[in-house]
Design a protein around this ligand. Structure first.
Ligand code: NDP
Ligand code: BG6
Length: 593
C-alpha cells in the first residue's frame, strides 16, 4: 500500500505545510525578534514538495501519487536545508529558530499538574507512544510538576501504570518503557510560586547541558490556576535561547467575556503563537481525514453545498455519566463541554471553503470565516436534557444529581440538541444539527451527511412512501471503530426489481492493520514541531463563543428546566421534535444506521 510520508516519524506525515509555522517566537518575552519565512521561500518549499511526487502501483492495483519519504530527516531540518538554498546564511543565522542540528538542541516537556487525571490517562501515555515510535527528538526530558510530594521514582511508578505498547512492536516494549521512564523526572512546587518554577528551571538547565533549549509546558491543571502557572513559568522557567510553548487545556473560559479575559491574561506573558489551545477532537484520525476526504477526492467537493446536501448531523454520545468529573462538569454543562468546542470544530472543518494551502494560518483563516458566517444559536433551536436514575437488569444507574459534587437542584444539561445555520452562499438554509449527551445508550462520535432526494427518481415507487430512506447518506464515524461509509441504493440480485440499501464502506480496522494513534499523540508531536494547524487561534475561539454565549446566558437566566431522560436511554424526545421541525431524522436512530 502506498504511504504518504515525509518525516522520520513512521506514523506521521505532513503534506506541504511548513513546520514551525510562518512565525516562530523564540521565548516568552516579546523582546525576542520574530523570524518569518519569506514568501519566495515558502513558494520554493511548496514547489519542492510537489516535485517529490511520482506514481506508484498500490497493492490492490490502484495507481497513486506518492511523496517520497525522506528518511531520518526531521521536517524542521528539511525546511532549513531547503531554505538555505534560497536565502543567505546571515538571514538565517539566528539561533534557536530551527533545529539546525539535532545534537545541539533539546526539548524539555513539563507536564504541569502531573499528578492529575489527564496527565496519567493521556499525556504521559501519549509521550511514551511518541517515544516508542521514535517521534521524539534525540535529546528530550519529561518533567512532572505539581504540588503533591513525589520523588522521581514515585512519578515513574505512577506513570508506568498507564503506559501501553503498540501492538506492532510489542517485543521490546519493556525495554522502551524503562528507557522512557529514565527520562522522566519530577519537581514538586506551587503553581503560583516563581521561586518554585526557578528551581524547575535550574533542573531543566542541568538536563539541557548547554544545548539550545526548547521548552514545552503542558497546563494540565484546573482553569482557575492557568494564569498563575503561565506567569511563573514565563518569568522563571522560559527558555533563554530556544522556543517556549504552552499547551492550554480546555475550558477556555465559559462565555465570550471570560474567554476574552483568559486570552488577555495569557497574552500578558505569551505571544499568540506560543499558545497551543488544545481541542483533542482535532487530533482524531477521522477528523484529520475530513479535509483529505473533501479536498483530495473529486467526487465529494462538488456535492458539498446546499445544492445537494439536505442536512448535516454532528453526533456525540457517551454511555457513562460524569463519573468523577461532576464538580467540573456542573460549572460547564454539555454545550460548553462538547458542542462549543469539539463539535463546532468539526463543523468548521466540514463547512469551510478550500484553504489557500495547508499552512496552519490558511486553514485557520477559513475556519474563522465559516464560524463568523454562522447565526448565533437561538433558544428555540436548542433542547436540553439531564439524565436521571434508571434500573436495568437489576443494576441501578445513578442520576446526574446523585454525584456528590453536583448540587441536588442542578439544572446543568448533560444532553443537548441544537440546530445551527451558516448564512453563506454554500450553506444557506442547510440545518447543521448537533446532538451531544452523557449516559446515553452508546458511545459514539460521528458526522452524518444526508443528501437530497433524487429529483424525479424513476424508482420512487420501489421505496414506498418513505423517500427519506432512499436518500444517500455519508457517515464519518469518528469513533469507535473508525469508518467512512456511503449509503447507496442498489438492486437486489435476481429477476425482480427490488431495491436495497447498501454501504460502500471504508472500515479502518479491515483496511489498515496499524493501530490508530491517540489524538494526544498527534497534538503533542505537533506542539513540539511547532505545527499550529490543529490548535485553536484566539479569533477562532472568539467566533465560537459568540455563537453560544447568548443562548447559554438565556438558558441560565431563565432557569430552563432540562428534559429528564433515563440513564442509558436514547435521550430526550425533544431532540426528535427539534429535528422534525427542520424535516430531519436523526441518522443514528434509524433502522439501518
Ligand atoms: P485534575 O482535577 O486531576 O487536576 C490536575 C492536578 O491539578 C491535580 O492532580 C492537582 O495536583 C492540581 N489541582 C487540582 N485542583 C487544584 C486546585 N483547586 N488548586 C490547585 N491545584 C489543583 O484535572 P484533570 O487532570 O482532570 O484535568 C486537567 C485539565 O485538563 C483541566 O483543565 C481539565 O478541564 C482538562 N481536561 C481534562 C480531561 C480529563 O479527562 N481529565 C479531558 C479534557 C480536558 P496537585 O494537588 O498535586 O498540585
Ligand atoms: C472531553 C470532555 O473534552 O472529551 C469529556 O470534557 C468527554 O466530558 C471527553 O468525556 C470525550 O473525549 P473522547 O476522546 O473520549 O471522546
Amino acid at each position: 500500500m502506498a504511504t504518504f510520508s515525509s518525516t522520520h516519524c513512521p506514523s506521521y506525515s505532513y503534506p506541504s505545510s511548513i513546520k514551525g509555522g510562518k512565525n516562530q517566537r523564540l521565548a516568552f518575552s516579546s523582546s525576542f525578534p520574530r523570524l518569518s519565512v519569506p514568501a519566495e521561500a515558502k513558494f520554493f518549499l511548496q514547489s519542492q514538495t510537489s516535485s517529490h511526487q511520482n506514481a506508484v502501483l498500490m497493492q490492490d492495483g490502484a495507481v497513486a501519487t506518492k511523496v517520497n519519504p525522506v528518511e531520518k530527516e526531521t521536517p524542521l531540518k528539511k525546511l532549513k536545508n531547503e531554505l538555505l538554498s534560497v536565502t543567505s546564511s546571515e538571514e538565517w543565522d539566528e539561533k534557536g529558530c530551527f533545529d539546525i542540528n539535532e545534537n545541539e538542541s533539546t526539548v524539555s516537556i513539563t507536564v504541569v499538574g502531573a499528578s492529575g487525571d489527564l496527565a496519567k490517562k493521556k499525556i504521559f501515555p501519549a509521550l511514551f507512544a511518541l517515544y516508542y515510535e521514535d517521534c521524539l527528538p534525540k535529546h528530550f526530558t519529561v518533567y512532572g510538576y505539581a504540588r503533591s510530594k513525589m520523588t522521581d521514582a514515585e512519578l515513574r511508578n505512577m506513570v508506568s501504570k498507564t503506559l501501553t505498547c503498540r501492538i506492532d512492536k510489542r517485543e521490546n516494549c519493556g525495554e522502551k518503557m524503562d528507557q522512557f521512564l529514565k527520562r522522566c523526572f519530577y519537581h514538586s512546587g506551587q503553581y503560583d510560586s516563581e521561586e518554585n518554577f526557578a528551581q524547575l528551571d535550574k533542573k531543566l538547565k542541568e538536563h539541557e547541558g548547554g544545548r539550545v533549549s526548547n521548552r514545552l509546558f503542558y497546563l494540565s491543571i484546573p482553569p482557575n490556576i492557568f494564569i498563575d502557572a503561565v506567569k511563573c513559568a514565563s518569568l522563571s522557567a522560559s527558555s533563554g535561547n530556544g522556543w517556549t510553548r504552552v499547551i492550554v487545556e480546555k475550558p477556555f473560559g465559559r462565555d465570550s467575556e471570560s474567554s476574552a479575559a483568559l486570552t488577555r491574561a495569557l497574552k500578558q506573558y505569551l505571544a499568540e503563537d506560543q499558545i497551543f489551545r488544545i481541542d483533542h477532537y482535532l487530533g482524531k484520525e477521522l477528523v484529520e481525514n475530513l479535509s483529505v476526504l473533501r479536498f483530495s477526492n473529486l467526487i465529494f467537493e462538488p456535492l458539498w453545498s446546499r445544492q445537494y446536501i439536505r442536512n448535516v448531523q454532528l453526533i456525540f454520545s457517551e454511555d457513562f455519566g460524569t463519573e468523577g468529573r461532576g464538580g467540573y462538569f456542573d460549572h460547564y454543562g454539555i454545550i460548553r463541554d462538547i458542542m462549543q468546542n469539539h463539535l463546532l470544530q468539526i463543523l468548521a472543518l466540514f463547512a469551510m471553503e478550500t484553504p489557500v494551502s495547508l499552512d496552519a494560518e490558511d486553514i485557520r483563516n477559513e475556519k474563522v470565516k465559516v464560524l463568523r458566517s454562522m447565526r448565533p444559536l437561538q433558544l428555540d433551536d436548542v433542547v436540553i436534557g439531564q439524565y436521571k436514575s434508571h434500573t436495568k437488569g437489576g443494576i441501578t444507574y445513578p442520576a446526574y444529581t446523585d454525584d456528590n459534587t453536583v448540587p441536588k437542584d442542578s439544572l446543568t444539561p448533560t444532553f443537548a440538541a441544537a440546530a445551527l445555520f451558516i448564512d453563506n452562499a454554500r450553506w444557506d438554509g442547510v440545518p447543521f444539527l448537533m446532538k451531544a449527551g452523557k449516559a446515553l445508550h452508546n458511545k459514539r462520535a460521528e458526522i452524518r451527511v444526508q443528501f437530497r432526494h433524487v429529483p424525479g427518481n424513476l424508482y420512487n415507487r420501489n421505496f414506498g412512501t418513505d423517500l427519506d430512506r432512499a436518500t444517500n447518506e455519508l457517515v464519518i464515524r469518528v469513533q469507535p471503530d473508525e469508518a467512512i461509509y456511503l449509503k447507496i441504493n442498489n438492486k437486489v440480485p435476481g429477476l425482480g426489481m427490488r431495491l436495497d440499501r447498501s454501504n460502500l464502506n471504508l472500515h479502518y480496522a479491515a483496511r489498515y492493520s496499524k493501530e490508530i494513534p491517540d489524538a494526544y499523540e498527534r497534538l503533542l508531536l505537533d506542539a513540539i514541531e511547532g505545527e499550529r494547524r490543529l490548535f485553536i487561534r484566539s479569533d477562532e475561539l472568539n467566533a465560537a463563543w459568540a455563537l453560544f454565549t447568548p443562548v447559554l446566558k438565556e438558558l441560565e437566566e431563565k432557569k430552563i428546566i432540562p428534559e429528564y431522560y433515563p440513564y442509558g436511554s436514547r435521550g430526550p424526545v425533544g431532540a426528535h421534535y427539534l429535528a422534525a421541525r427542520y424535516s430531519v431524522r436523526w441518522g443514528d436512530l434509524g433502522v439501518d444506521q
